[in-house]
Each structure stands twice: as structure tokens, then as C-alpha cells.
Design a protein around this ligand. Structure first.
Ligand SMILES: [Zn+2]
Length: 114
């Protein structure tokens, strides 16, 4: 069993890989954002949030080559929407990032604050 505490919340749980898919085995801690989820829904929700955070960063980096991880300030609000601020980025690139946040895969899931 692999024990994981995602960086996107305070849940701690154990999972196994079965047929290339993570399968939740044990919950050590449920955070306040996720404690209403069922055992069956928890892992999918956490993976979805983690991927969203990583995918938005990756999409920015694909577009703005010198975009650095330390410039990417993110958090999840109480509706579990991803809030993103960037540092060390000039205005033109901020507009590009804002446009990326409106892509279908990020729309209504990402708030880009600038
Ligand atoms: Zn959680």
C-alpha cells in the first residue's frame, strides 16, 4: 500500500495500484473539504484536484517557456475551485494566462487572479 498526503489538501490515505489504476485502501485522515465524500468518491476527487493544479501549471509552461514553478501560487477555495496567482510575470503574459484559464478544461474550475 502506498501512503499519500496530497499537497492539495490534508487528507492522508493509502492506495494500491490495480490494473494501472489507484484503488483506495485506507483513509488515515479526511480533511474538512472532503469529509462529506464517500469512500468511493474520495480518491477520484483528490486526484481530479491534483491533476487540475498540475495541468494548469503545465499548460502555462507549454505556452510561456520560462514560467517557473516558484511563480505559480495556487490554493483551493471553499468551493474547491483552483485559485491561481502568479509572481514575476509581466502584464502581457498575465493576459495569456487569463486566456488559458478560459479554456474549456479549466473554465469554471480555475480562478486566475493575476
Ligand atoms: Zn482532502
Amino acid at each position: 500500500m502506498i501512503k499519500w498526503r496530497p499537497d492539495t489538501c490534508d487528507c492522508v490515505f493509502g492506495y494500491d495500484m490495480e490494473n494501472d489504476h489507484p484503488v483506495l485502501k485506507k483513509i488515515f485522515n479526511m480533511c474538512s473539504a472532503h469529509n462529506s465524500l464517500s469512500f468511493g468518491d474520495l480518491l477520484a476527487k483528490i486526484l481530479q484536484e491534483n491533476r487540475l493544479k498540475n495541468e494548469f501549471f503545465g499548460t502555462i509552461q507549454d505556452t510561456i517557456a520560462d514560467f517557473k514553478l516558484e511563480d505559480y501560487k495556487w490554493s483551493f477555495d471553499n468551493t474547491r475551485k483552483l485559485n491561481v496567482d502568479v509572481t514575476g510575470i509581466q502584464g502581457g503574459n498575465k493576459n495569456i494566462i487569463k486566456t488559458l484559464g478560459n479554456l474549456d478544461k479549466f473554465k469554471d474550475k480555475v480562478n486566475f487572479n493575476g
